[in-house]
Design a protein around this ligand. Structure first.
Ligand code: PMP
Length: 440
């Protein structure tokens, strides 16, 4: 390891709030900087690098595709890679999901899902349906359409004049609200708020409800309480409201099932996926939907929506190889198994550090929330910025974790989401480095 020379000024903005070292190499669960320091990628980037970095099978598949051609415009040529990825995605999707379209990221996937939903309403003469109800807090993306669904006022407020803010309902944060997770009455309580909102808005104006099956950055690995997912499904069906699952973060296997929603018997009507779907090898996302949504749209002349890079063969070849690695290496089962081990170790940390108020999540989509009082669940003082400080302390130990405010503008949570290839030895290393950071 050599001492870090000062970095030259950067012309990039939207970077980290502090200068971070330059990346030199990444392999498996580790990333190295140019000074030779090694970091355990304990958040898989932003919950992206699910199968770890530089898997040679994915690199080979991409190399082969590059040699055949890096781009074929979808209106001019079909490609093997896009057709294969579509087949594999539909095979993984719920019953009746027969078609897919590709995008290059999570915001585009959410944007595409809500536009497809609206196109369905248009095609089926339900043109009064346009509102998409979402939850607070939530994050669904940075484009204006996806931002309108995002339940986080500091991000959305400057742009409200340029978009139509959409109705919101509270996310089912049972722990925060002091309700029992395993009592179906808790799930029914939050689902009833959705139904009340649909009735208040007028069901004939409501197009869809969008939610993350297991919450990501905005709620910190929020797992819905018993009964919630089934009740939401039933309410949406009864009011003719489409159910959209934002699987941008929870999809791709991280929860131990390929789709986060597969942990319940409550299939959605549309799914948006990205992040772990391309697993950091290529900018890639997808929208898939049940045929009862897609067929009326196709019958009425199709869906005039798309992006130039949609379905580009290089990204799709990477996607195919990623799905093959998940299957070949049994990574869903490993995410479940190692997720249990890591969650138990995080719970043990909560015994030791009284400011850890809640440990939650499924598989390797895990988080803990920090509080000043575990009984009242009162947050740490806002100006402590504990979530950012802990990230920096862990970084100094060579551990990358991901943090956010957990209650809108206050509260602190840390997501611990290493790649699905992680082993018990990696869990030991994460816990050791985290313990040092928490002690500091
Ligand atoms: N939806 C969810 C649930 C997300 O976590 C994110 C990104 N954090 C997005 C959408 C937007 O994805 P992207 O940043 O790839 O546009």
């Amino acid at each position: 390891m050599t001492d870090a020379a000062p970095l030259p000024p950067s012309r990039l903005f939207f970077q980290s709030r502090v200068r971070r070292p330059r990346m030199a190499k990444a392999e498996g669960v580790y990333v190295w900087d140019q000074q030779g320091r090694r970091y355990l990628d304990g958040s898989s980037g932003a919950m992206v690098s699910n199968i770890g970095h530089s898997d040679p099978r994915v690199l080979d598949a991409m190399r082969r595709q590059m040699e055949q051609g890096t781009f074929g415009y979808r209106l001019h040529f079909e490609t093997e890679a896009a057709e294969r990825l579509a087949d594999m995605t539909c095979a993984l999707a719920p019953e009746g999901f027969e078609k897919v379209f590709f995008v290059s990221g999570g915001s585009e996937a959410v944007e595409g899902a809500i536009k497809l939903a609206r196109q369905w309403a248009w095609a089926t003469e339900q043109r009064s349906r346009w509102k998409v109800i979402s939850r607070t807090p939530s994050y669904h993306g940075s484009t204006l359409g996806a931002l309108a669904l995002s339940g986080y006022r500091p991000l959305t407020e400057p742009f409200e004049a340029m978009m139509r803010p959409m109705p919101k309902v509270p996310a089912p944060r049972a722990w925060l609200d002091g309700l029992p997770m395993d009592d179906p009455a808790t799930g029914a309580h939050y689902a009833a708020m959705l139904e009340a909102k649909i009735l208040e808005e007028g069901p004939e104006t409501v197009l869809a409800f969008i939610q993350e099956p297991v919450g990501g950055a905005s709620t910190g690995a929020l797992v819905p309480p018993a009964g919630y997912m089934e009740a939401v499904r039933e309410i949406c069906t009864r009011h003719g409201v489409l159910l959209i699952h934002d699987e941008v973060m929870s999809g791709g296997g991280r929860t131990g099932r390929f789709w986060g929603g597969d942990n319940w018997n409550a299939a959605p009507d549309l799914i948006a996926v990205s992040k772990g779907y391309g697993a950091g090898y290529a900018p890639l996302g997808a929208v898939t939907a049940h045929d009862r949504i897609v067929q009326p749209v196709l019958a009425s002349g199709g869906f005039p929506h798309g992006h130039t890079y949609a379905g580009n063969p290089l990204a799709c070849a990477a996607g195919v190889a990623v799905l093959e690695v998940i299957e070949q290496d049994g990574l869903l089962a490993n995410a479940s198994r190692i997720g249990e081990v890591l969650k138990a170790r995080l719970q043990a940390l909560a015994q030791r550090f009284p400011f850890i108020g809640d440990v939650r999540g499924l598989g390797l989509l895990l988080a803990f929330e920090m509080v000043s009082d575990r009984e009242t669940r009162a947050p740490l003082p806002k100006n402590l910025d504990a979530y950012e400080r802990l990230v920096d302390l862990a970084y100094a130990e060579g551990l990358i974790v991901y943090s956010r405010r957990s209650r809108g503008t206050e509260g602190d949570h840390i997501l611990v989401c290493p790649p699905m290839i992680s082993t018990e030895a990696h869990v030991d290393e994460i816990i050791e480095k985290l313990t040092t950071a928490l002690t500091r």
